[in-house]
Design a protein around this ligand. Structure first.
Ligand SMILES: Cc1cc2nc3c(=O)[nH]c(=O)nc-3n(C[C@H](O)[C@H](O)[C@H](O)COP(=O)(O)OP(=O)(O)OC[C@H]3O[C@@H](n4cnc5c(N)ncnc54)[C@H](O)[C@@H]3O)c2cc1C
Length: 303
Protein backbone atom coordinates (compact mmCIF):
# COMPACT_ATOMS: atom_id res chain seq x y z
CA UNK A 1 0.00 0.00 0.00
CA UNK A 2 1.24 3.49 -0.87
CA UNK A 3 0.89 6.61 1.29
CA UNK A 4 0.43 4.75 4.55
CA UNK A 5 0.12 7.22 7.44
CA UNK A 6 2.50 7.24 10.41
CA UNK A 7 -0.34 6.00 12.66
CA UNK A 8 -1.15 3.15 10.29
CA UNK A 9 2.52 2.21 10.04
CA UNK A 10 2.81 2.21 13.83
CA UNK A 11 -0.10 -0.21 14.30
CA UNK A 12 1.01 -2.44 11.42
CA UNK A 13 4.52 -2.65 12.91
CA UNK A 14 3.56 -3.10 16.57
CA UNK A 15 0.42 -5.25 16.74
CA UNK A 16 -0.48 -8.66 15.23
CA UNK A 17 -1.77 -8.24 11.68
CA UNK A 18 -4.93 -10.24 12.52
CA UNK A 19 -6.17 -7.46 14.82
CA UNK A 20 -5.30 -4.38 12.72
CA UNK A 21 -7.15 -3.08 9.67
CA UNK A 22 -6.23 0.10 7.89
CA UNK A 23 -8.61 2.21 5.78
CA UNK A 24 -11.46 0.03 7.07
CA UNK A 25 -14.93 1.11 5.84
CA UNK A 26 -17.14 2.05 8.80
CA UNK A 27 -20.15 1.05 6.66
CA UNK A 28 -19.10 -2.58 7.25
CA UNK A 29 -19.37 -2.10 11.02
CA UNK A 30 -22.49 0.06 11.45
CA UNK A 31 -26.12 -1.07 11.21
CA UNK A 32 -26.92 2.03 9.11
CA UNK A 33 -24.36 0.67 6.57
CA UNK A 34 -22.99 4.21 6.35
CA UNK A 35 -19.53 5.67 6.91
CA UNK A 36 -16.24 6.04 5.05
CA UNK A 37 -12.93 4.54 6.15
CA UNK A 38 -11.45 4.60 9.62
CA UNK A 39 -7.73 5.39 9.40
CA UNK A 40 -6.99 2.41 11.69
CA UNK A 41 -9.39 -0.11 13.20
CA UNK A 42 -8.20 -2.55 15.87
CA UNK A 43 -9.89 -5.59 17.34
CA UNK A 44 -8.33 -6.31 20.77
CA UNK A 45 -8.94 -9.93 21.83
CA UNK A 46 -8.53 -9.27 25.55
CA UNK A 47 -8.34 -6.51 28.16
CA UNK A 48 -4.52 -6.62 28.30
CA UNK A 49 -4.24 -5.88 24.55
CA UNK A 50 -6.87 -3.16 24.85
CA UNK A 51 -4.87 -1.58 27.68
CA UNK A 52 -1.68 -1.67 25.58
CA UNK A 53 -3.49 -0.08 22.59
CA UNK A 54 -4.86 2.71 24.81
CA UNK A 55 -1.45 3.41 26.32
CA UNK A 56 0.16 3.65 22.87
CA UNK A 57 -2.70 5.83 21.57
CA UNK A 58 -2.18 8.25 24.47
CA UNK A 59 1.53 8.49 23.62
CA UNK A 60 0.74 8.96 19.91
CA UNK A 61 -1.96 11.49 20.90
CA UNK A 62 -4.45 10.14 18.36
CA UNK A 63 -8.23 10.38 18.47
CA UNK A 64 -9.81 7.14 19.72
CA UNK A 65 -13.40 5.97 19.12
CA UNK A 66 -14.91 2.94 20.85
CA UNK A 67 -17.23 0.82 18.73
CA UNK A 68 -19.48 -2.02 19.82
CA UNK A 69 -21.84 -3.47 17.21
CA UNK A 70 -22.27 -0.04 15.61
CA UNK A 71 -26.05 -0.18 16.01
CA UNK A 72 -26.33 3.32 17.42
CA UNK A 73 -23.60 5.15 15.52
CA UNK A 74 -23.73 7.40 12.47
CA UNK A 75 -20.21 7.42 11.03
CA UNK A 76 -19.08 10.35 8.84
CA UNK A 77 -18.85 10.42 5.03
CA UNK A 78 -15.41 12.02 5.20
CA UNK A 79 -13.73 9.11 7.01
CA UNK A 80 -12.44 8.95 10.55
CA UNK A 81 -8.90 10.05 11.30
CA UNK A 82 -7.29 8.19 14.20
CA UNK A 83 -8.21 4.91 15.77
CA UNK A 84 -11.45 2.96 16.06
CA UNK A 85 -11.33 0.19 18.67
CA UNK A 86 -14.00 -2.38 17.84
CA UNK A 87 -15.00 -4.63 20.75
CA UNK A 88 -17.83 -6.67 19.20
CA UNK A 89 -16.89 -10.36 19.13
CA UNK A 90 -13.49 -9.42 20.64
CA UNK A 91 -13.97 -9.15 24.39
CA UNK A 92 -16.17 -12.23 24.72
CA UNK A 93 -17.20 -14.69 27.41
CA UNK A 94 -20.02 -15.31 29.88
CA UNK A 95 -19.88 -16.72 33.42
CA UNK A 96 -22.52 -17.99 35.82
CA UNK A 97 -21.32 -16.45 39.09
CA UNK A 98 -23.89 -17.83 41.52
CA UNK A 99 -27.61 -18.53 41.88
CA UNK A 100 -28.81 -15.28 40.35
CA UNK A 101 -25.82 -13.45 38.89
CA UNK A 102 -24.01 -13.65 35.55
CA UNK A 103 -20.96 -11.82 34.25
CA UNK A 104 -20.82 -10.97 30.55
CA UNK A 105 -17.94 -9.48 28.57
CA UNK A 106 -18.52 -6.22 26.71
CA UNK A 107 -18.18 -7.64 23.19
CA UNK A 108 -21.01 -10.17 23.56
CA UNK A 109 -24.32 -9.13 22.07
CA UNK A 110 -27.24 -8.32 24.36
CA UNK A 111 -29.14 -11.08 22.56
CA UNK A 112 -26.52 -13.73 23.37
CA UNK A 113 -26.43 -12.56 27.00
CA UNK A 114 -30.24 -12.83 27.23
CA UNK A 115 -30.24 -16.30 25.65
CA UNK A 116 -27.50 -17.40 28.10
CA UNK A 117 -29.50 -16.10 31.07
CA UNK A 118 -32.64 -17.85 29.82
CA UNK A 119 -30.73 -21.13 29.55
CA UNK A 120 -29.73 -20.79 33.20
CA UNK A 121 -33.32 -20.11 34.23
CA UNK A 122 -32.54 -16.46 35.04
CA UNK A 123 -35.10 -13.78 34.28
CA UNK A 124 -34.58 -10.02 33.83
CA UNK A 125 -32.86 -9.83 30.45
CA UNK A 126 -35.88 -10.71 28.31
CA UNK A 127 -36.20 -7.06 27.21
CA UNK A 128 -32.61 -7.12 25.90
CA UNK A 129 -33.10 -10.10 23.62
CA UNK A 130 -33.94 -8.07 20.48
CA UNK A 131 -31.53 -5.17 21.07
CA UNK A 132 -28.87 -5.71 18.41
CA UNK A 133 -25.96 -4.01 20.24
CA UNK A 134 -23.24 -5.35 22.50
CA UNK A 135 -23.30 -5.51 26.29
CA UNK A 136 -20.69 -2.70 26.33
CA UNK A 137 -22.85 -0.47 24.14
CA UNK A 138 -25.94 -1.43 26.13
CA UNK A 139 -24.35 -0.41 29.43
CA UNK A 140 -22.95 2.83 27.95
CA UNK A 141 -26.38 3.69 26.50
CA UNK A 142 -28.49 2.27 29.35
CA UNK A 143 -30.32 0.43 26.57
CA UNK A 144 -33.90 -0.55 27.19
CA UNK A 145 -37.12 -1.81 25.69
CA UNK A 146 -40.61 -2.92 26.70
CA UNK A 147 -40.29 -1.59 30.24
CA UNK A 148 -36.83 -3.07 30.92
CA UNK A 149 -33.57 -1.16 31.09
CA UNK A 150 -29.93 -2.11 31.73
CA UNK A 151 -29.93 -0.01 34.93
CA UNK A 152 -32.59 -2.29 36.45
CA UNK A 153 -30.38 -5.40 36.30
CA UNK A 154 -26.81 -4.12 36.40
CA UNK A 155 -24.96 -4.80 39.65
CA UNK A 156 -21.49 -3.59 38.72
CA UNK A 157 -19.24 -3.07 35.74
CA UNK A 158 -15.51 -3.36 35.08
CA UNK A 159 -14.30 -0.34 33.13
CA UNK A 160 -10.97 0.72 31.68
CA UNK A 161 -9.93 4.35 31.57
CA UNK A 162 -8.25 5.86 28.51
CA UNK A 163 -4.83 5.23 30.08
CA UNK A 164 -5.53 1.48 30.22
CA UNK A 165 -6.28 1.15 33.97
CA UNK A 166 -9.06 -1.17 35.15
CA UNK A 167 -11.54 -0.57 37.99
CA UNK A 168 -14.96 -1.72 39.11
CA UNK A 169 -17.93 0.68 39.26
CA UNK A 170 -21.21 0.04 41.07
CA UNK A 171 -24.53 0.64 39.34
CA UNK A 172 -24.98 3.79 41.47
CA UNK A 173 -21.68 5.20 40.25
CA UNK A 174 -22.85 4.77 36.66
CA UNK A 175 -25.41 7.61 37.14
CA UNK A 176 -27.85 6.02 34.71
CA UNK A 177 -30.65 8.04 33.20
CA UNK A 178 -32.70 7.67 30.03
CA UNK A 179 -30.31 6.22 27.37
CA UNK A 180 -27.34 7.63 29.24
CA UNK A 181 -24.57 6.74 31.70
CA UNK A 182 -21.70 8.66 33.24
CA UNK A 183 -19.35 6.94 30.74
CA UNK A 184 -20.42 9.57 28.23
CA UNK A 185 -18.55 12.12 30.40
CA UNK A 186 -15.63 9.98 31.60
CA UNK A 187 -14.85 8.16 28.34
CA UNK A 188 -14.25 4.95 30.34
CA UNK A 189 -14.69 1.72 28.41
CA UNK A 190 -16.92 -1.16 29.51
CA UNK A 191 -14.97 -4.41 29.79
CA UNK A 192 -17.56 -6.63 31.46
CA UNK A 193 -20.81 -6.35 33.40
CA UNK A 194 -22.40 -8.29 36.24
CA UNK A 195 -26.18 -8.66 35.99
CA UNK A 196 -28.37 -9.55 38.96
CA UNK A 197 -31.35 -11.61 37.77
CA UNK A 198 -34.18 -13.64 39.27
CA UNK A 199 -34.85 -17.38 39.05
CA UNK A 200 -37.64 -18.42 36.70
CA UNK A 201 -38.51 -21.31 34.45
CA UNK A 202 -36.40 -21.23 31.25
CA UNK A 203 -39.38 -22.01 29.03
CA UNK A 204 -41.38 -19.09 30.47
CA UNK A 205 -38.43 -16.76 29.86
CA UNK A 206 -38.05 -18.00 26.28
CA UNK A 207 -41.79 -17.54 25.66
CA UNK A 208 -41.55 -13.89 26.80
CA UNK A 209 -38.51 -13.30 24.58
CA UNK A 210 -40.34 -14.79 21.62
CA UNK A 211 -43.37 -12.61 22.27
CA UNK A 212 -41.26 -9.43 22.49
CA UNK A 213 -39.37 -10.36 19.32
CA UNK A 214 -42.68 -10.84 17.49
CA UNK A 215 -43.80 -7.37 18.66
CA UNK A 216 -40.53 -5.93 17.36
CA UNK A 217 -40.81 -7.61 13.94
CA UNK A 218 -44.43 -6.49 13.61
CA UNK A 219 -43.73 -2.82 14.40
CA UNK A 220 -40.12 -2.11 13.32
CA UNK A 221 -38.53 -1.92 9.84
CA UNK A 222 -36.01 -4.68 10.57
CA UNK A 223 -35.51 -5.33 6.83
CA UNK A 224 -33.82 -1.93 6.28
CA UNK A 225 -30.54 -0.58 7.69
CA UNK A 226 -31.13 1.78 10.61
CA UNK A 227 -29.86 2.58 14.08
CA UNK A 228 -33.12 1.85 15.88
CA UNK A 229 -34.94 4.83 17.38
CA UNK A 230 -33.47 7.91 15.74
CA UNK A 231 -34.57 10.29 18.50
CA UNK A 232 -34.64 10.20 22.29
CA UNK A 233 -38.02 10.10 23.95
CA UNK A 234 -38.88 13.75 24.67
CA UNK A 235 -40.39 14.84 27.99
CA UNK A 236 -44.15 14.57 27.69
CA UNK A 237 -44.39 12.56 24.50
CA UNK A 238 -43.13 9.86 22.16
CA UNK A 239 -40.89 10.80 19.25
CA UNK A 240 -42.56 8.34 16.86
CA UNK A 241 -46.06 9.65 17.64
CA UNK A 242 -45.00 13.29 17.19
CA UNK A 243 -43.26 12.52 13.87
CA UNK A 244 -46.28 10.57 12.67
CA UNK A 245 -48.69 13.37 13.68
CA UNK A 246 -46.47 15.86 11.86
CA UNK A 247 -47.13 13.82 8.71
CA UNK A 248 -43.49 12.81 8.29
CA UNK A 249 -43.77 9.05 7.76
CA UNK A 250 -41.94 8.36 4.49
CA UNK A 251 -40.32 11.83 4.49
CA UNK A 252 -37.08 11.40 2.53
CA UNK A 253 -33.82 13.26 2.02
CA UNK A 254 -31.40 11.63 -0.41
CA UNK A 255 -31.23 7.93 0.48
CA UNK A 256 -32.45 8.43 4.05
CA UNK A 257 -36.10 8.41 5.09
CA UNK A 258 -38.45 8.18 8.02
CA UNK A 259 -39.72 4.62 7.97
CA UNK A 260 -43.26 4.17 6.71
CA UNK A 261 -43.62 1.28 9.19
CA UNK A 262 -42.37 3.05 12.36
CA UNK A 263 -42.02 6.85 12.45
CA UNK A 264 -39.35 6.64 15.16
CA UNK A 265 -36.89 4.96 12.78
CA UNK A 266 -34.71 6.70 10.19
CA UNK A 267 -33.78 4.14 7.55
CA UNK A 268 -31.22 3.86 4.79
CA UNK A 269 -33.20 3.13 1.61
CA UNK A 270 -29.94 2.45 -0.25
CA UNK A 271 -26.93 4.67 -0.78
CA UNK A 272 -27.79 7.10 2.03
CA UNK A 273 -24.90 9.24 3.23
CA UNK A 274 -24.31 10.41 6.78
CA UNK A 275 -25.14 13.89 5.45
CA UNK A 276 -28.53 12.63 4.24
CA UNK A 277 -29.29 11.20 7.70
CA UNK A 278 -28.09 14.33 9.53
CA UNK A 279 -30.20 16.56 7.25
CA UNK A 280 -33.20 14.28 7.68
CA UNK A 281 -32.93 14.30 11.49
CA UNK A 282 -32.52 18.03 11.60
CA UNK A 283 -35.45 18.68 9.21
CA UNK A 284 -37.71 16.30 11.18
CA UNK A 285 -36.69 17.90 14.48
CA UNK A 286 -37.50 21.37 13.05
CA UNK A 287 -40.87 20.30 11.62
CA UNK A 288 -41.91 18.66 14.91
CA UNK A 289 -40.79 21.76 16.82
CA UNK A 290 -42.84 24.05 14.55
CA UNK A 291 -45.94 21.94 15.11
CA UNK A 292 -45.66 20.92 18.79
CA UNK A 293 -42.95 23.18 20.31
CA UNK A 294 -41.13 20.01 21.40
CA UNK A 295 -37.47 19.69 20.36
CA UNK A 296 -36.41 16.15 19.39
CA UNK A 297 -32.78 15.24 20.09
CA UNK A 298 -31.00 12.43 18.20
CA UNK A 299 -30.51 9.19 20.12
CA UNK A 300 -28.06 7.93 17.52
CA UNK A 301 -24.47 8.94 18.29
CA UNK A 302 -23.28 11.18 15.45
CA UNK A 303 -19.51 10.76 15.00
C1 LIG B 1 -33.04 -2.48 14.63
C2 LIG B 1 -32.56 -1.80 15.89
C3 LIG B 1 -33.33 -1.89 17.04
C4 LIG B 1 -32.89 -1.27 18.22
N1 LIG B 1 -33.66 -1.38 19.33
C5 LIG B 1 -33.26 -0.81 20.48
C6 LIG B 1 -34.04 -0.91 21.66
O1 LIG B 1 -35.08 -1.55 21.70
N2 LIG B 1 -33.58 -0.28 22.78
C7 LIG B 1 -32.41 0.41 22.80
O2 LIG B 1 -32.03 0.95 23.85
N3 LIG B 1 -31.65 0.52 21.69
C8 LIG B 1 -32.04 -0.06 20.53
N4 LIG B 1 -31.27 0.05 19.41
C9 LIG B 1 -30.05 0.88 19.44
C10 LIG B 1 -28.77 0.13 19.83
O3 LIG B 1 -28.86 -1.25 19.53
C11 LIG B 1 -28.43 0.32 21.30
O4 LIG B 1 -28.23 1.68 21.60
C12 LIG B 1 -27.21 -0.47 21.72
O5 LIG B 1 -27.08 -0.41 23.12
C13 LIG B 1 -25.91 0.04 21.08
O6 LIG B 1 -24.91 -0.94 21.31
P1 LIG B 1 -23.68 -1.10 20.29
O7 LIG B 1 -22.79 -2.17 20.80
O8 LIG B 1 -24.18 -1.29 18.90
O9 LIG B 1 -23.00 0.31 20.46
P2 LIG B 1 -22.39 1.22 19.30
O10 LIG B 1 -23.48 1.63 18.37
O11 LIG B 1 -21.21 0.56 18.71
O12 LIG B 1 -21.94 2.47 20.17
C14 LIG B 1 -22.91 3.31 20.77
C15 LIG B 1 -22.19 4.19 21.80
O13 LIG B 1 -21.70 3.34 22.84
C16 LIG B 1 -20.29 3.49 22.98
N5 LIG B 1 -19.75 2.17 23.31
C17 LIG B 1 -19.91 1.00 22.63
N6 LIG B 1 -19.29 -0.01 23.28
C18 LIG B 1 -18.73 0.54 24.39
C19 LIG B 1 -17.96 0.03 25.47
N7 LIG B 1 -17.61 -1.27 25.55
N8 LIG B 1 -17.56 0.88 26.44
C20 LIG B 1 -17.87 2.20 26.39
N9 LIG B 1 -18.59 2.76 25.39
C21 LIG B 1 -19.03 1.92 24.40
C22 LIG B 1 -19.80 4.00 21.64
O14 LIG B 1 -18.59 4.72 21.76
C23 LIG B 1 -20.97 4.89 21.21
O15 LIG B 1 -20.87 6.16 21.79
C24 LIG B 1 -31.67 -0.57 18.23
C25 LIG B 1 -30.90 -0.50 17.06
C26 LIG B 1 -31.32 -1.12 15.91
C27 LIG B 1 -30.47 -1.05 14.69
Amino acid sequence: MTNISALQQYFVDNFPKEIVKIQEPMSKHTSFRIGAEAEVMVFPQNAATLSEILKQSAILDCKVHILGAGTNVLAPDEGLPGLVICLKDCLVGKRHLDDTRIEVMAGETMTKAAVYAAGLGLSGMEFAHGIPGTVGGGVFMNAGAYGGEVCQILECVDVMDRKGNLRTMTADEMQFSYRRSVLEDTGDIVISAVFKLAKKDSEEIRATMKELMAKRSASQPLDLPSAGSAFKRPVGGYAAALIDQAGLKGFQIGGAAISTKHAGFAVNLGGATAGDVRNLLSAVSDRVYEKFAIRLEPEVRIW
